[in-house]
Design a protein around this ligand. Sequence first.
Ligand SMILES: Cc1cc2nc3c(=O)[nH]c(=O)nc-3n(C[C@H](O)[C@H](O)[C@H](O)COP(=O)(O)O)c2cc1C
Length: 208
Amino acid sequence: MKILAINGSHRKGKNTADLLNLVLEEAAALGASTELLELSDYNIKLCRSCNKCLGRPQCSITDDDMGSIGEKLLEADGIVLGSPVYWSNVSTLMKNLMDRSRYLHMVQNLLAGKVGGAVTNAGLRNGGQEATLRIMEFFLTAQGLYLVDSRNQEDPIMTSGVAGSLLADIKDGKIIWRKSAMEDEAAVLAARQLGRNMVAAIKKLKNN
Ligand SMILES: Cc1cc2nc3c(=O)[nH]c(=O)nc-3n(C[C@H](O)[C@H](O)[C@H](O)COP(=O)(O)O)c2cc1C
């Protein structure tokens, strides 16, 4: 079982990567092989809207790294997308990946039947996390993946999405910042649960 995490942050190894690594750590403990792909390491050109992918499941741009990322997406049983909130939206790198993945969708949903999940982190509380999660989730379901969230069915009110924030609280008019999303206990719990839920869903699908 392979689970691929894709980090759309424009900086590697920071808060979004930390949360994605928790998802992967938990999945690996249950036997999954895992990989974290940092989009900032890759050269992915902008979609040209040439619409060639309407007629064939292939992108007309071939002189960049999208082909190898597409292979990784196709090989994975589970895909977890992570993006920081940039203006209540996904990052430019994540949006670009979505646009360039259109060839996997237009003729036939080539990622159909895989399991998908989403992770985000923002500076603020209510900083746009919900919108950002929904945008990634919409992409995953449009591509035919089965969406898994971070709920723990034994304790269903504990988490409702892997949505970290760096603003912890305001005390006496002063903002208390977290050093990292790893200090956001709700996000940490949710990330770990998402990893477990993804593995359970993949196992169920493979056994049927
Ligand atoms: C261009 C840009 C736009 C941002 N927009 C928001 C925003 O709308 N709401 C928010 O709470 N934080 C916003 N932030 C803060 C990031 O979400 C936050 O720093 C996050 O932790 C970055 O993820 P990273 O640590 O994985 O790089 C923005 C940051 C950048 C660079």
